[in-house]
Design a protein around this ligand. Structure first.
Ligand SMILES: NC(=O)c1ccc[n+]([C@@H]2O[C@H](COP(=O)([O-])OP(=O)(O)OC[C@H]3O[C@@H](n4cnc5c(N)ncnc54)[C@H](OP(=O)(O)O)[C@@H]3O)[C@@H](O)[C@H]2O)c1
Length: 289
């Protein structure tokens, strides 16, 4: 085991598969205590056992939640705070594509609920726990899909009757970046950094929720994509590397900061998205500026 992350505690959403699974395994290999948030007990337990077997690190645990449900996000945040004394790394990674739309149990457009609101709510609920670490890092997995969000109107994002489901995915990934930059501004002067990333086109089953069309999308990704090991390189880099100590409010591709689209730097838009997310989740007071 490489001991680079010895003594650090990392919470990773969507660690039961794909990029999150590999990131969890690599952080465990470096000696971190790893808490995976999965949603399927059999699959997540199997992932944890595999990681323990592969890394010889027994400090890998899991919690369960359907992160599209705000109630479950609140429950799992409370369980995480019971389980560990603080958090050094929060990797918001769980995400999906819903090509036929859908409505969360809270009545919110499914892609926006899972891909953006769960990041927003879980992060806010865990901020005090991140503040207890000497230095903490928040990492938000976005996508280059954010570059073509189409018509981006805040008032449409949560509407489950909206048309155009892949655009909903793209917009949710732009929200990840707007959220990252806004949170970085709010956390300025604190010992918590927050960055976003695009992992590359990665051979995972990300479109698995979508029947035959999803299988076609996953096939295309399998032919063109990089491996999950390669896809996890940038999130692991952001969790571990001393090169990004103190670096906050950036968007990374291939372990390098790169510009995101112009709209993502609109601080007024980001502040409005923050306020809307707060009212949709009634998350309580935002962190101090
Ligand atoms: N693959 C790509 O090419 C690509 C490109 C750019 C960005 N990304 C981003 O990378 C992140 C990870 O995606 P991936 O490609 O690794 O996909 P993946 O293999 O499908 O993994 C997604 C993970 O999220 C979990 N998840 C899905 N819905 C959930 C829910 N409602 N509640 C809790 N957990 C849930 C899944 O759990 P189960 O195991 O139970 O399904 C799985 O662990 C996503 O944010 C995605 O937008 C991926």
């Amino acid at each position: 085991m490489n001991h680079q992350m010895q003594g650090k505690i990392c919470l990773i959403t969507g660690g039961s598969d794909g990029i999150g699974y590999v990131a969890s395994r690599e952080l465990a290999r470096m000696g971190a205590r790893v808490v995976i948030v999965g949603r399927n007990s059999v699959k997540t337990e199997a992932a944890v056992q595999q990681i323990i077997a592969d890394t010889d690190n027994p400090a890998v645990e899991y919690l369960l939640a359907d992160l599209s449900s705000q109630r479950e996000v609140r429950r799992v945040a409370a369980e995480a705070m019971e389980l560990v004394p603080h958090l050094d790394v929060l990797l918001n990674n769980a995400g999906a594509i819903f090509l036929s739309g859908g409505r969360s149990v809270d009545g919110i457009e499914m892609t926006f609920a899972l891909n953006h609101l769960s990041y927003y709510l879980l992060t806010n609920l865990l901020l005090e726990h991140l503040r207890k670490a000497p230095r903490a890092r928040i990492i938000n997995v976005s996508s280059c899909a954010h570059e073509s969000p189409g018509r981006f109107r805040l008032e449409d994002l949560a509407d489950p009757s909206g048309k155009g489901r892949y655009p909903a995915y793209k917009r949710s990934k732009l929200c990840n970046i707007l959220f990252t930059y806004e949170l970085a501004r709010r956390l300025e002067g604190e010992n918590i950094t927050v960055n976003a990333l695009h992992p590359g086109l990665v051979r995972t089953n990300i479109a698995r929720n979508n029947g035959l069309l999803g299988r076609v999308v996953n096939f295309f990704i399998r032919v063109r994509g990089i491996t999950p090991d390669q896809g996890a390189e940038t999130p692991v880099y952001l969790a571990v590397s001393p090169e990004v100590e103190g670096v906050s409010g950036k968007y990374f591709v291939d372990c390098r900061p790169v510009p995101s689209i112009g709209m993502s730097y609109d601080a007024e838009l980001a502040a409005r998205l923050w306020d809307m997310s707060a009212s949709l989740t009634a998350a309580g007071d935002p962190p101090a500026r």
